[in-house]
Design a protein around this ligand. Sequence first.
Ligand SMILES: NC(=O)c1ccc[n+]([C@@H]2O[C@H](COP(=O)([O-])OP(=O)(O)OC[C@H]3O[C@@H](n4cnc5c(N)ncnc54)[C@H](OP(=O)(O)O)[C@@H]3O)[C@@H](O)[C@H]2O)c1
Length: 299
Amino acid sequence: MNRLLDAALDRTIVGGYSRAGYALRARGFAPLPRLDGATVAVTGATSGLGLAAAQGFARLGARTILVARDPERGEQARAATAEHGTAELRIADLARLDDVRRLATQLQDTDILINNAGVLPPHHTLTVDGHELTFAVNVLAPFLLTALLPNARRVITVSSGGMYAQKLDVADLDSTAGDFSGTKAYAKSKRAEVVLNELWAQRGRPGMHAMHPGWVDTPGLQRSLHTFHSIAKPILRTPQQGADTIVFLGAIDPSPPSGRFWSDRRQRPTHYLPTTHETPEARQQLWDACVTRTQAPVA
Ligand SMILES: NC(=O)c1ccc[n+]([C@@H]2O[C@H](COP(=O)([O-])OP(=O)(O)OC[C@H]3O[C@@H](n4cnc5c(N)ncnc54)[C@H](OP(=O)(O)O)[C@@H]3O)[C@@H](O)[C@H]2O)c1
């Protein structure tokens, strides 16, 4: 698709994020290279985008490792993925930093890490480590896992178009100010994910890619944004459509430049609003807070 038309579609939001937008763009998508011999680890692989991504990687020949917190749901997803290729299961609760550390010891041979697990909780909840749950699962866990897997040659972070509405908020990472809004905490965490992706790249880590999948019909969306899900259902993407760019970023050869933000196989802007730009100081504070809270082995 012509680049101008493609960018215009993105700005209409409904056009760019819906299944119609995907269908239009996908007409120009080329088949992806095989990933035989590569090991891909996918967090949040029990349902929705994570499961679809795991199956996509398995179909390309990768040894696919599904990460799940619930052994039963994890085994169901592993079996569903094994129908497409090689699938293994690892168990970890990403809301617990000790579990993330234990998981990292089991994923040392990972070539491609997919930081997909995400939450949008209705209430303010603190984890056992004392961090707000959204920030813990969506930001701290992938940050620590990325730091503990320095040999992963690609790391793909599943962010959200919801981050376009939020500025990086380092003053209230745990969303304690005012009444708790799950959607706001979620959007803030998704903005932080994109900033961290850029910061990893600036610090010299290759293969860092963040993306948003559009609006996708998943159990997570149905549970956390119930009204939106029922209104928008006819135009929502399938999990496979939403996961396409995750698999694309893992498979495309050579890897695109590190630190960029993607959707539907194209690089996208990280800001549409003039009010959401953060300062270099705020970016540094986010990095420092993640290092302090996770004790990640990075400078
Ligand atoms: N659906 C959309 O329209 C949309 C749009 C933009 C971005 N996204 C992003 O896409 C990603 C996947 O979301 P989804 O829509 O596919 O939702 P989903 O179906 O609810 O999947 C979320 C996954 O994360 C896992 N998870 C949650 N908390 C966890 C924890 N503490 N430890 C380990 N795993 C945990 C869930 O496991 P359980 O089965 O154990 O709950 C599940 O496998 C998220 O990062 C989300 O923000 C989705």
